[in-house]
Design a protein around this ligand. Structure first.
Ligand SMILES: [Zn+2]
Length: 218
């Protein structure tokens, strides 16, 4: 096992040895703050000042603890949980598509800091290594926790799998409703934004691409 960390950005893992295990956390996507740099007391004071400046009466009983709750809620949305990303040798030589469909996710749009939420479909054509299935969901969550745009989130998940797992192909499709579109502005309630990144054989091979897209949207 060999883990290298590159200057504060994405940790590098060597794939191809018998076991590859990596704990990834708050700084992985480069957008969230590391736990150590958070100052929740300052955030709570700032939230109170922000709400007061918008004319929200914080002296009302129901609102007294709102700055604290708001801080906790945003801290949760902006901080990925740490987890181990373990890959395994593809001993069985499985070479068909692996797809986890309908992974629920919540992220925060970096332009308005309002949530966008929906479903992710993540698949790959295995090469020498495979990944625990639950890890595909954790990977989406990892990159979702932080100020994001859906296009980048889609690409980050796909690129991570491509670089770290070296599969023959990767496909990621995200469908999400953006609260900044639903609650304000055009108020396009129910509109879903769909983004996709296809890499390797899932991009270049028509049969594999069609199979992936058929399975994503049966
Ligand atoms: Zn927005």
């Amino acid at each position: 096992m060999k883990i290298t960390r590159k200057s504060g950005n994405i940790p590098l893992v060597s794939i191809g040895e018998n076991e590859t295990c990596l704990t990834v956390g708050a700084t992985l996507n480069g957008t969230a703050h590391a736990n150590g740099s958070r100052d929740l007391a300052a955030a709570e004071q700032a939230a109170a000042a922000f709400l007061r400046a918008l004319g929200v009466p914080l002296d009302r009983p129901g609102l007294a603890k709102t700055p604290r709750r708001m801080t906790k809620a945003y801290a949760e949305l902006l901080t990925p949980r740490e987890f181990d990303l373990t890959t395994f040798p593809n001993d069985g030589g499985y070479d068909e598509l692996v797809l986890v469909r309908d992974i629920p996710f919540t992220s925060v749009c970096e332009h308005h800091l309002l949530p966008f939420l929906g479903r992710a479909h993540v698949g790959y054509l295995p090469g020498d290594r495979i990944l625990g299935l639950s890890k595909l969901a954790r990977l989406v969550e990892l990159f979702a926790r932080g100020p994001q745009v859906q296009e980048r989130l889609t690409k980050q998940v796909a690129d991570w799998l491509d670089k770290r797992l070296r599969p023959r192909g990767v496909g990621v499709v995200l469908e999400a409703e953006h609260m900044c579109m639903t609650l304000r502005g055009v108020q396009a309630g129910g509109a879903r934004t769909v983004t996709s990144t296809l890499l390797g054989a899932l991009r270049s091979d028509a049969r594999s691409r069609a199979e992936f897209l058929d399975l994503v949207h049966p």
